[in-house]
Design a protein around this ligand. Structure first.
Ligand code: SAH
Ligand code: SF4
Ligand code: F3S
Length: 470
C-alpha cells in the first residue's frame, strides 16, 4: 500500500488543469490546442495516443499546426542518431515560437530522455522546455504539467524502470476503426547494437485477461483491426503464471467478435514457434503477414549482434512459414555496417534477400549508440564502405519488392479503407490483408470499411486499384 504522504491523485491534477483550460475556453470560445509530434516505433505512437488521451481529459483539443498550439509534445526516439538530431532540430525552431508566446508549453518525453547525457544537454541548452518525462511515467504528466504551471520552472521526472500500472490510461485513438494494443513492454534481448532495452526496461508481459478485455472493449467501440504490439511478441508470457504463449493469446484474440483483422509486431526469429505458425494459418482474421527482422544474413555477424539465430535457422523458419501458409508476406529490417562486417558478410545478406523474397524491408545504416556493446567494438565501418554496401542491398531488394507488388495486379482483394491519400486528396489509401498499401478512387464515406479493390497497376512500394461493385 502506498503511504499517504507519497500518494498523488492524478485525477485531481487533471481536474485542476481542466479548470484552467475551461476558464480560457469561456474567455476565448476556443479550446486550447495540442500538437503531438511522434518519432520512432508503433510503441511510441501508442504512447502518444495515451498522452493525448490524458491531455484531452485536461481540456486540450488536437490542432493541426504548432503555431496554433497551447501545448506541443515531442515524443522522441533514440534508436538511431538521426532520430535524435531531428528532435534537436525541431526544438531549435520551437524556441522562437516559445519566445513569442509565453503561455506555450513544450513537453519532451519518450526514449531519448531516458539517457542521462540527453537530459543534461536539455538542461544546459534548452531551458525553455517546460516538462520532461520518460517512458515509465506517462501517467504522471498531469502532475508534472500542473507543477510547471504553478512554478514556471523546468520540471524533469525520469524513472529508471516500471513501477506502476502502464496500461490503464485512456488512449485518444488516431483512427476510430483500428487500434494498437500493448501486449508487453520492454525488451530482454540486448541485441548488441540496440538501445531499446536500456530505455524501455526489462520485458514485462500483460496478463492475457487484461489484453482480452481491452480488445473486447475496442471491438464494441467499432474497431475492426487490432495490432498487438511488443518488441518481441514471440516471447510473450514469460514471467506470467500459467502456461500462456503468444500463439495462445493470438488464438484468443482471434475469437473476439467484431475483430476482422489482427496484426502483430515484432516477431523475433529466434523464438517463432510451430504453434504460432498453426495459429496464423488456422484463423482467417489473423493477417497473413509476418515482419521478421533479419538484420544480417551472415551468421558471424548475427552472432556478434547477439541475435541468437543463424542464417540457416532463419531460412528454415521462412520455409516452414511458406510451406504452411503459401501466400504469407514476409517483410524485414536490415542493418548495414555493423562493426566488423565484411564485404563477404554483405554478400551473404544479399543472398538471403534473394532467397527469402521479401515483400518489403526497412533498411538502416548502423548507428552507434552510446552504452550498447557494439559501440565499444573494434572495426567500426567507414561511411563510404557502408554507403556502397547499402546501395547494393537496395539494388537487390527493390526489384524483388517490385516483382511481388506486380504479382497483385489483376487480382481483387478485400481492402480496409484507412484515410485520404497524403499525396492526392482525390484518392483513398488502404491496406490488403498482407499489409500492401493501395491507393484507389473513392469517397471519404468508405473510410473504416472493407471494400473490394481490383489492383490495376503497381509501383515498388504501393499498388493502384479501383473499387469493384459488391
Ligand atoms: N524489437 C524489434 C525492433 C525494434 S528497433 C526487433 O527486434 O525486431 C527497429 C529496427 O531498428 C531494428 O529491427 C533494427 O533493424 C533497427 N535498429 C536498431 N538499433 C539500430 C542501430 N543502432 N543502428 C541502426 N539500426 C538499428
Ligand atoms: Fe532491440 Fe533486439 Fe530488443 Fe529488438 S529484440 S528491441 S532489436 S534489443
Ligand atoms: Fe521505439 Fe525508438 Fe523507443 S524504436 S522503443 S521509440 S528508441
Amino acid at each position: 500500500m502506498q503511504s499517504e504522504q507519497n500518494y498523488v491523485n492524478v485525477d485531481d491534477y487533471i481536474q485542476n488543469i481542466y479548470t484552467k483550460n475551461r476558464q480560457k475556453y469561456i474567455e476565448t470560445g476556443k479550446k486550447p490546442g495540442m500538437k503531438c509530434i511522434t518519432y520512432g516505433c508503433q510503441a511510441n505512437a501508442h504512447d502518444s495516443e495515451k498522452i493525448c488521451g490524458l491531455l484531452s481529459k485536461m481540456g486540450y483539443e488536437v490542432c493541426g499546426h504548432e503555431e496554433d498550439a497551447a501545448i506541443i509534445i515531442y515524443n522522441t526516439c533514440c534508436v538511431r542518431e538521426n532520430a535524435e538530431n531531428r528532435v534537436f532540430g525541431n526544438l531549435g525552431q520551437i524556441k522562437k515560437l516559445k519566445s513569442e508566446n509565453k503561455d506555450l508549453k513544450v513537453i519532451l518525453c519518450g526514449c531519448m530522455v531516458q539517457q542521462d547525457a540527453i537530459v543534461e544537454k536539455i538542461k544546459q541548452s534548452y531551458r525553455f522546455v517546460d516538462v520532461i518525462f520518460g517512458t515509465f511515467n506517462l501517467h504522471k504528466l498531469p502532475v508534472l504539467l500542473y507543477t510547471n504551471m504553478e512554478t514556471n520552472s523546468q520540471i524533469i521526472d525520469i524513472w529508471q524502470g516500471a513501477k506502476e500500472a502502464e496500461d490503464d490510461l485512456p488512449a485518444l485513438r488516431e483512427f476510430k476503426f483500428k487500434a494498437s494494443v500493448n501486449i508487453m513492454h520492454g525488451c530482454d534481448n540486448f541485441c548488441a547494437y540496440c538501445i531499446v532495452p536500456y530505455v524501455r526496461g526489462r520485458e514485462r508481459s500483460r496478463a492475457p485477461e487484461s489484453i482480452i478485455n481491452e480488445v473486447e472493449a475496442l471491438a464494441k467501440d467499432g474497431v475492426v483491426e487490432v495490432t498487438l504490439l511488443g518488441q518481441n511478441v514471440n516471447s510473450y508470457g514469460k514471467g506470467l503464471p500459467g502456461n500462456v504463449s503468444f500463439a495462445n493469446l493470438l488464438g484468443r484474440v482471434a475469437k473476439i467478435d467484431g475483430v476482422k483483422r489482427i496484426r502483430f509486431m515484432t516477431s523475433h526469429p529466434k523464438d517463432f514457434s510451430d504453434e504460432l505458425i498453426e495459429t496464423i494459418k488456422s484463423n482467417d482474421n489473423v493477417c497473413k503477414h509476418v515482419h521478421l527482422p533479419l538484420q544480417s544474413g551472415s551468421t558471424a555477424v548475427l552472432e556478434k549482434m547477439n541475435r541468437k539465430y543463424s542464417k540457416e535457422s532463419y531460412l528454415e523458419l521462412v520455409s516452414k512459414l511458406r510451406e504452411a501458409i503459401p501466400n504469407i508476406a514476409i517483410t524485414t529490417d536490415i542493418i548495414t555496417g555493423f562493426p566488423g562486417e565484411t564485404d563477404i558478410d554483405n554478400e551473404e545478406t544479399i543472398n538471403l534477400i534473394k532467397k527469402v523474397q521479401y515483400a518489403g524491408a526497412f533498411t538502416f545504416i548502423y548507428s552507434k549508440r552510446t552504452g550498447t556493446p557494439a559501440a565499444a567494438m573494434d572495426c567500426q565501418i567507414d561511411e563510404e564502405t557502408i554507403k556502397r554496401r547499402f546501395d547494393k542491398i537496395l539494388n537487390t531488394l527493390n526489384p524483388i519488392v517490385y516483382e511481388i507488388s506486380k504479382s497483385h495486379v489483376g487480382n481483387t482483394y478485400e481492402v480496409l479503407a484507412e484515410e485520404v491519400s497524403k499525396s492526392d486528396t482525390g484518392l483513398l489509401t488502404g491496406r490488403l490483408d498482407d499489409n500492401s498499401l493501395v491507393h484507389f478512387k473513392g469517397g471519404e464515406a468508405f473510410i473504416g470499411s472493407f471494400v473490394n479493390v481490383k489492383i490495376i497497376d503497381c509501383k515498388t512500394f504501393y499498388l493502384m486499384g479501383k473499387i469493384m461493385e459488391g
